[in-house]
Design a binder for this molecule. Structure first.
Ligand SMILES: NC(=O)c1ccc[n+]([C@@H]2O[C@H](COP(=O)([O-])OP(=O)(O)OC[C@H]3O[C@@H](n4cnc5c(N)ncnc54)[C@H](O)[C@@H]3O)[C@@H](O)[C@H]2O)c1
Length: 334
């Protein structure tokens, strides 16, 4: 199938485009290059522009009438930036997505797979969240994702679109050939911080928040290999109609995680094991807004997508470390 991938120059979008190709599908990329690097598009069919540009979208669909599904990944994704600049987050992630969805509906392209996030969940005892668990998005970024989930549900109820919402947990690593990966110069997430400390670009890794009610006091997350996340999209594309008909719904929400929680201390131990040496660590109080975290219940992904994660956290760490060595060749900076 031909699949439109908005945000296909980004970290997860470019990896998903590759997984689609490997499964015999053809990705068509729409990306403004707001943040994603041109290099990640490679030689794929590419439209540079905004998801809210209706004329552009009409042209894409006229050029590719066989596009059968849209994966909407394009978004702004930095949580602290969303706190500082809520307007641009609501404009780009909410208002522009709404325009995109309306245009897709007008063009009679109803199938949408939407990138949502585990950050929409509220705190849950035991830390395992199901799709039906309470939602309490803590940041403007997470609220944009929650809002678009609701918008999609309403559009689907009205018969305008059909939607599969994938709530990703914490993607890490790169594609198997290391063509793409994390491209932020200073990756802000926990694995990025460990990597910078390991490379000597930071004096130490700051372990923030050690008094959480978890087994070792540090935050818990569900680190899922980005290649597994990409494969989940292939499954969603291929099983799109089956998923909705099995549930007899017009929209469905599915967690994409491993089903296993890993604390920051446990991640650090895995990281040091893969690296083969210890990393200097300084313990520090939690940063404002730091969440205890959660891990996914993945029953629904298994049942409806026939998908489970296959790669381990250690695989993801190894892949991330190898990518950091290689990315100078791809992006021109380490
Ligand atoms: N990376 C994560 O940890 C994570 C976790 C959960 C969910 N997600 C979601 O997954 C999706 C992809 O995330 P990512 O990590 O690959 O981010 P990314 O920033 O690497 O990719 C987003 C891409 O969207 C493009 N873009 C942004 N606004 C656009 C617009 N208006 N029009 C066209 N293109 C636009 C950017 O240029 C970029 O290439 C996002 O929707 C994000 O919210 C990411």
């Amino acid at each position: 199938m031909k699949v439109l991938v908005t945000g296909g120059a980004g970290y997860i979008g470019s990896t998903t485009a590759k997984a689609l190709e490997q499964a015999g599908h053809i990705p068509v990329i729409l990306d403004s290059l707001l943040t994603g690097p041109r290099e990640f598009v490679r030689d794929r069919t590419f439209y540079e522009g905004d998801v809210a540009d209706r004329a552009l979208l009409a042209r894409v669909m006229a050029d590719h009438p066989d596009i059968g599904c849209t994966i909407h990944m394009a978004a702004r994704i930095v949580v602290p930036e969303s706190v500082a600049q809520p307007y641009v987050y609501y404009r780009d992630n909410v208002a522009k997505s709404l325009e995109l969805f309306h245009e897709l509906s007008s063009l009679d392209k109803p199938r949408v797979i939407f990138s949502s996030s585990a950050s929409v969940y509220g705190p849950v005892e035991g830390f395992e969240v199901r799709e039906t668990s309470r939602l309490e998005p803590p940041s403007p970024y997470a609220r944009t994702k929650h809002m678009m989930e609701q918008v999609l549900q309403d559009l689907a109820s009205a018969g305008d679109l059909q939607a599969i919402v994938l709530r990703y947990f914490n993607p890490l690593g790169s594609d198997p050939e290391l063509d793409t990966g994390v491209y932020a110069r200073e990756p802000p997430h926990v694995l990025g911080q460990m990597t910078l400390a390991a490379m000597g670009r930071r004096d130490s890794f700051q372990l923030t928040g050690t008094q959480h009610p978890t087994r070792d006091g540090t935050g818990i997350r569900d680190y899922v290999h980005v290649w597994d996340v990409a494969r989940a999209h292939v499954a969603a594309v291929e099983r799109f109609d089956d998923v909705l008909s099995e549930e007899a719904v017009a929209s469905s929400v599915i967690n994409v995680g491993t089903g296993r929680g890993v604390t920051v201390r446990e991640l650090l131990a895995i990281f040091e094991d893969v690296l083969g040496r210890p990393v200097p660590v300084v313990e520090a109080p939690p940063r404002p807004g730091d969440a205890v975290g959660a891990f996914a219940n993945v029953d629904k992904a298994r049942a409806l997508l026939d998908w489970t994660s296959e790669l381990t956290v250690a695989d993801g760490v190894e892949s991330a470390l190898r990518w950091m060595e290689k990315r100078r060749q791809v992006l021109g900076y380490a």
